[in-house]
Design a binder for this molecule. Structure first.
Ligand code: NZQ
Ligand code: ZN
Length: 381
C-alpha cells in the first residue's frame, strides 16, 4: 500500500427535500449570492424556483449568471468573475451538473484576488483564498460536488484541462435525487459511464490496496446494476438515489486511498474529443476506455484480468473488454467514434490534438505511436 492523505471537508446533505435548508445554511456566508446555472433545464423543471425561494426567504440578495454550456468554456467563467466582482457578492451557489459546478469552482478561486481563470487553471497564478461555494447537484456523473477538481475548455489555446486545488472544495453540497428525475436518457447514461470511468482511472492507478480495489469494484457494480434500472424508470427514487451516491463516491477521494494517484490517461483522450467535437464527457469515455484497454492489453493485462474476474467471473482479457463495450452499448453510450458522428476523416486532427496536448496517463504514459493506435481502436474496435 502507498502512503496517502485522506481529506474531504465537503458537507454533503443527501436526500429528499434537502434544499429546503439551503437558505438557512447559506446565511452564515453573507448577504449576497452569485447564483450560477446552465442553459435552462433547472428553470424548466422548477429547481431554480426552489433554490431562489430559499435565498429570497432568507433575505439574501442575488446576482445571476446563467447559460453555462456543457463542456464549459473559459469565456463564461471570465464573465461570471466580472459580474461577481461588480455585484460584490459574498458567496456562490452553483445549481446544475458538472459544467456549472466546475465553472463556479473556478470563479470561487479567482474572484477575490481578480485572477485570470486560465492562468489559474494552468497554475501560472496561485490563488491564496477562495469564495465560499454551495452546490446543488442536478446530474449524477462527475463527483465534482464532493471533490476539489474543475475542468475547463479554452478554444483559443486548444486545451481542455483539469485543475485540482484544495481551495476549490465546496463548503456544502445539496444532493436531492429528485432533482435528477428530469435528466434525459442520454445524459443519464453518460453519467453512468463517467462514474465507472472514474473508478477505473483509480483502479489503473499507482499502487494497489485490496480494500480500495473492493471499493472500486463495488462502485462499478452498483453503477452497472442501477444504471439500466434508472433508464427504465427515471422517476424511481431508490434508483436515482443509488446512482447519485455512486457517482459521488466514485470521485471523492475514497478510491485513491492506499494509492499514490490514478492513471487519468483515458480522461486525457476523452477531453480531446470533447474539445474538438463537443462530445459529451461520458460519451467520450465509453469510446476511449475500451480502446485504451486494447492498447494496454500487455502492460495492464494482469489488472484487466483481475477486473474481469471480479465483475464477470471471467479473466479473459478480450472478453473483459468486450463486456465493457456490451454494457456501454446496452445503455446507448457510443463505443466507436463513428457512433458519435466523428468520421474517419477526422483521424489526423484527433492525433494531432492528442500530440499537441501531450495526452498521457500517469502510470501508463502514451507516446506518439500509441496515440495513433488508440485512435485507430476508437474507430475500428
Ligand atoms: O445546461 P442545462 O440546461 O442545465 O442542461 C444540462 C446539460 O445540457 C443537462 N442537465 C443537467 N441537469 C439536468 C439536466 N437536464 C435535465 N434535468 C436535469 N436535472 O445535462 C446536460 C449536461 O450537463 P453537464 O453539467 O455538462 O454534465 P456533467 O455533469 O456530465 O458535467 C460534465 C463536465 O464535467 C467535467 C467534464 O469534463 C465536463 O466538462 N468533469 C468534471 C470532473 C470534476 N470536476 O471532478 C470530473 C469529470 O471527469 C469530468 O471531467
Ligand atoms: Zn470523468
Amino acid at each position: 500500500m502507498e502512503n496517502f492523505t485522506a481529506y474531504n471537508p465537503v458537507k454533503v446533505h443527501f436526500g429528499k427535500g434537502v434544499t429546503d435548508n439551503l437558505g438557512a445554511t447559506a446565511l452564515q456566508y453573507g448577504k449576497k449570492a452569485l447564483l450560477m446555472y446552465g442553459k435552462g433545464s433547472t428553470v424548466k423543471h422548477g429547481y431554480y424556483d426552489r433554490v431562489k425561494k430559499q435565498l429570497v426567504e432568507n433575505n439574501i440578495d442575488i446576482a445571476e449568471y446563467s447559460g453555462i454550456k456543457s463542456n464549459p468554456v473559459y469565456e463564461d467563467v471570465e464573465a461570471a468573475i466580472a459580474l461577481a466582482r461588480k455585484e460584490q457578492v459574498d458567496f456562490i451557489v452553483a445549481l446544475g451538473g458538472g459544467s456549472v459546478i466546475d465553472s463556479a469552482k473556478i470563479v470561487s478561486l479567482c474572484v477575490q484576488e481578480n485572477l485570470n481563470p486560465w492562468h489559474v487553471m494552468i497554475r501560472q497564478q496561485k490563488p491564496q483564498k477562495s469564495m465560499p461555494l454551495l452546490t446543488v447537484l442536478t446530474l449524477a456523473a462527475t463527483g465534482t460536488e464532493m471533490n476539489a477538481a474543475a475542468v475547463l475548455q479554452n478554444h483559443k489555446t486548444g486545451q481542455k484541462v483539469g485543475h485540482v486545488n484544495p481551495l476549490a472544495y465546496p463548503k456544502h453540497s445539496f444532493l436531492d435525487p429528485e432533482y435528477t428525475y428530469s435528466v434525459p436518457k442520454n445524459y443519464t447514461a453518460y453519467g453512468i459511464v463517467d462514474m465507472i470511468a472514474h473508478a477505473l482511472e483509480a483502479y489503473f492507478g499507482q499502487g494497489v490496496s485490496r480494500l480500495t480495489d473492493k471499493f472500486i469494484i463495488s462502485i462499478i457494480q452498483e453503477a452497472m446494476h442501477f444504471g439500466p434500472l434508472v433508464l427504465k424508470e427515471p422517476e424511481n427514487y431508490e434508483y436515482r438515489a443509488n446512482v447519485m451516491w455512486t457517482g459521488t463516491t466514485a470521485l471523492n477521494g475514497m478510491t485513491n486511498w492506499g494509492k499514490k494517484y490514478g492513471d487519468w490517461g483515458v480522461h486525457a483522450l476523452g477531453h480531446e474529443l470533447s474539445l474538438q467535437f463537443d462530445v459529451p464527457h461520458g460519451a467520450s469515455l465509453s469510446i476511449a476506455y475500451p480502446a485504451w484497454m486494447k492498447l494496454q492489453i500487455e502492460k495492464a493485462g494482469t489488472r484487466i484480468a483481475a477486473l474481469g474476474q471480479a465483475l464477470w467471473g471471467d479473466s479473459d482479457l478480450r472478453a473483459t473488454i468486450r463486456n465493457f463495450e456490451n454494457f456501454f452499448e446496452s445503455i446507448e453510450s457510443p463505443v466507436r467514434l463513428q457512433q458519435a458522428g466523428i468520421d474517419v476523416d477526422k483521424r489526423e486532427n484527433i492525433i494531432q490534438g492528442l500530440n499537441d496536448n501531450q495526452a498521457s496517463g500517469f502510470v501508463y504514459p502514451l507516446i506518439d505511436e500509441e496515440r495513433q493506435r488508440v485512435v485507430d481502436f476508437m474507430y475500428e474496435g
